[in-house]
Design a protein around this ligand. Structure first.
Ligand code: AMP
Ligand code: DBH
Length: 575
């Protein structure tokens, strides 16, 4: 690498995404955050240091245990195969794989040749995948044959028909009309144009608040720093065993500290095909899992299931919970139920990650969402006009730092509003800072519904509903839910000439548009007009309040009815 290359981040020749200004890049290097590492070299070094340690445990089928040495060789062979098929540096490859060992083989192969994985989730369907493939001009799309009863090969056939530029579909398992992933690897070849540490490593997905999901460009250096920082905070070392229970491609299980953090530390990654206690608990016992990460609804499920499980969970030292706000009440139950330390994590694929520390007082652990990973994470809490608020007041969270992006990929218009002029990312989260520097998430200003960690952009769903011929207008808002925290409610105004339309029709219509199931509205309310704000915009605040009141009233009614039922059926137990 030349001296000038280091000083010109972002390289002017990569206009796809605004990079870090040179002065910041220099500062992050000088501070020792960016150490010039890449994922390709990281795996090579670990494989040389301890080739026989187990890296990946994939219990599916007959069960596979890949050592670091084996993963390294497999990544090399797969990398050579990709190169032989014309996939190379800078090319995008949409990766949609379940929690299987192939995910790591493919992703490390792509890292090695500088091709960029685009991390789709197994829940994504035709509309999302078509967009990822078309928008990124992807060279290839990697899938499993089937998972959880869904045939991804059919999805790929449809996407290919619509995105002619997509040259390859590689299938882990039975390929059908596509190419078997197992046919790709060849003898390793030297890679002549290896990625530099400041090059992009992959494109992560944003939960978003706009019509289409935005892509998040992360570099090797910045992401590896977030792994190193996370490992230190979560006490991940070579003796750790990380259970990946959430979908592997999601930023939380990937990096907080996640599978990549574990691999960085030379630890062991255990893949759970599903996050339910009946699948995860036996794996915890068998593999001696020491830490894992869950979204709040699953954490609730686990704490309940732990009370009666026959499995020994005593190896578990840390449970990370994040992705959505974990209620204080639920947080208090973690340690007694699971016998481990709770670590709240408030993160975003755009960068900033906050953790409660393992040695924080229990009150801090259960009442806050943690503090930033890095001393160089800059945090601002501002009012609607971007004025800094006095310490302790609640406002919009803005952030800038050594692993937070400066802009989305190929989205200059959106970047102009999603970032301040001096490069702070507008998280859309409403927070308060405690005296100890911990953040408490108080709400959200972005137009998004957080369905137990699964993010739904209101505008995206509104656009789909608006495509229904009987629909005049649509507004999607959150409604409170005891299990997921929030669910989606679509308010719909029908056209005057519309025939009878029921809520099932709207749901079915959205589902058939080929969207991830978690984006289908949970509830549809028909109204004749929307309440308006002072300047005539749809008042989502009022819509949210209205549906919240209805949900609360229904819950109260149910409780009252249950009370009567208990009295009727069990008169002797009542007082
Ligand atoms: P994404 O942009 O899809 O990566 O999602 C990141 C967003 O998830 C954050 O901006 C928050 O809105 C939300 N989030 C993540 N972790 C937490 C948490 N622990 N508490 C509350 N919200 C969270
Ligand atoms: O929700 C998220 O995106 C998230 C949550 C926890 C995340 O990206 C992370 C930790 O890194």
């Amino acid at each position: 690498m030349t001296g000038t290359a280091a000083a010109t981040v972002p390289p002017d020749e990569t206009p796809d995404a605004p990079g870090y200004p040179a002065e910041f890049a220099e500062r992050y290097r000088a501070a020792g955050h960016w150490r010039g590492e890449t994922f390709g070299r990281m795996l090579r070094e670990r494989a040389r240091a301890h080739p026989d340690r187990v890296a990946i445990v994939d219990p599916a089928g007959e069960g596979r245990r890949w050592t670091y040495g084996e993963l390294d060789v497999r990544a090399d062979r797969m990398a050579a195969g990709f190169l032989a098929r014309g996939i190379g540096k800078g090319d995008r490859v949409v990766v949609q794989l379940p929690n299987t060992a192939e995910f790591f083989e493919v992703v490390f192969a792509l890292f090695r040749i500088g091709a960029l994985p685009v991390f789709a989730l197994p829940a994504h369907r035709e509309t999302e995948i078509r967009h990822f493939c078309a928008f990124t001009e992807a060279a290839a799309y990697v899938i499993a044959d089937t998972a959880e009863g869904y045939d991804y090969r059919e999805l790929a056939t449809r996407v290919r028909a619509e995105v002619p530029g997509l040259k390859h579909v590689f299938v882990a398992g039975e390929p059908g009309e596509h190419t078997a992933l197992s046919a790709v690897p060849t003898a390793p070849v030297p890679v002549d144009d290896v990625p530099a540490p400041h090059d992009l490593a992959f494109l992560q997905l944003s939960g978003g608040s706009t019509g289409v999901p935005k892509l998040i460009p992360r570099t090797h250096d910045d992401y590896i720093y977030s792994l190193r920082g996370s490992n230190e905070i979560c006490a991940v070392d070579e003796n750790s065993v990380y259970l990946c229970a959430l979908p592997a491609a999601h930023n939380f299980p990937l990096s907080s500290p996640g599978t990549l953090g574990a691999l960085y530390a030379g630890a062991r990654v255990v893949l759970a095909p599903r996050p339910s206690p009946d699948v995860a608990f036996p794996l915890i016992e068998r593999e001696g899992v020491t830490l894992t990460g869950l979204v709040p609804p699953l954490a609730l499920l686990w704490t309940e299931a732990a009370a009666t499980t026959p499995y020994d969970l005593s190896s578990l030292r840390v449970l990370l919970v994040g992705g959505a706000k974990f209620s204080e009440e639920a947080a208090r139950r973690v340690r007694p139920a699971l016998g481990c330390t709770l670590q709240q994590v408030f993160g975003m694929a755009e960068g900033l990650v906050n953790y409660t520390r393992l040695d924080d007082p229990e009150e801090t652990i259960v009442t806050t969402q943690g503090r930033p990973v890095s001393p160089d994470d800059e945090i601002r809490v501002v009012d609607d006009q971007d004025n800094d608020l006095p310490a302790g007041e609640t406002g919009h969270l803005l952030t800038r730092g050594p692993y937070t992006i400066r802009g989305y990929w190929r989205a200059p218009a959106h970047n102009a509003t999603a970032f301040t002029a001096d490069g702070f990312y507008r998280t859309g989260d409403v927070v308060r800072l405690t005296e100890t520097g911990h953040l408490v998430v108080e709400g959200r200003a972005k137009d998004q519904i957080n369905r137990g960690g699964e993010k739904v952009a209101a505008e995206e769903i509104e656009n789909h509903i608006l495509a229904h011929p009987a629909v005049h207008d649509a507004a999607v808002v959150s409604m409170p839910d005891a299990y997921l925290g929030e669910r989606t409610c679509a308010y719909v105004v029908l056209r005057e000439d519309a025939g009878p339309v029921r809520s099932v029709h709207v749901k079915k219509f959205v589902r058939e548009r080929g969207l991830a199931a978690f984006k289908v509205p949970d509830r549809v309310e028909f109204v004749t007009e929307f309440p308006q704000t002072g300047i005539g915009k749809v008042s989502k605040k009022e819509l949210r309040a209205a549906i919240a009141a209805r949900v609360a009233a229904a819950a109260a009614q149910e409780t009252a009815a249950q009370g009567t039922a208990v009295q009727e059926t069990a008169p002797h137990t009542a007082q």
